[in-house]
Design a protein around this ligand. Structure first.
Ligand code: SF4
Length: 163
């Protein structure tokens, strides 16, 4: 992380000090029993991409960036998102598995620790309707880990102008 993004991450952390999740939250992703956040089960959605993420995925696939964008990227309100399959599954979801897992976008890495989900305990618990990993058992994610995910997601959104 460079100095600027390091500073931005610190500012975001300071701004959010003393929140409800500081002692951790119960969460365990139950994949491969579930791949709901990547599938079309919830209907259409967006997987937002920054330029660096597009380059990383193109490299992973062994194709040029322009070939990648032509085939896999759409523009929505001036931002870039992956296209979806006809059933609204992520275009890179195959038999319940992510085929670009090592280079998956930040939004996929940080779910369900997104700002709109972590605003309150009630909102977090409500997310269990969409994500069965939320409070599935006693497995804990620490407050620091939650904070790191939140910061990563917020920085990604900010760098793509999605704030
Ligand atoms: S919806 Fe939740 S439990 Fe299911 S794959 Fe996504 S993060 Fe894991």
């Amino acid at each position: 992380m460079d100095d600027k993004s390091d500073q931005a991450a610190r500012l975001l952390r300071d701004k959010r000090g003393g929140h409800w999740y500081d002692n951790g939250v119960r969460f365990r992703c139950i994949h491969p029993l579930c791949s709901d956040c990547c599938s079309g089960r919830r209907g259409p959605g967006y997987v937002w991409l920054g330029e660096g993420e597009m380059r990383a995925i193109a490299d992973h696939l062994g194709i040029k960036l322009d070939a990648f964008t032509r085939r896999f990227v759409r523009t929505v309100d001036g931002n870039y998102s992956l296209v979806e399959k006809h059933n609204n599954d992520c275009v890179f979801l195959e038999e319940g598995k992510c085929t670009i897992y090592p280079v998956r976008p930040v939004q996929c890495r940080t779910y369900p620790f997104w700002p709109e989900v972590m605003t309150s305990r009630q909102r977090w618990q409500r997310e269990s309707r969409a994500c069965p990993g939320v409070e599935v058992d006693e497995t804990m994610v620490s407050g620091a880990q939650v904070e790191a995910q939140l910061s990563a997601e917020e920085l990604s959104r900010a760098s793509e102008g999605r704030v």
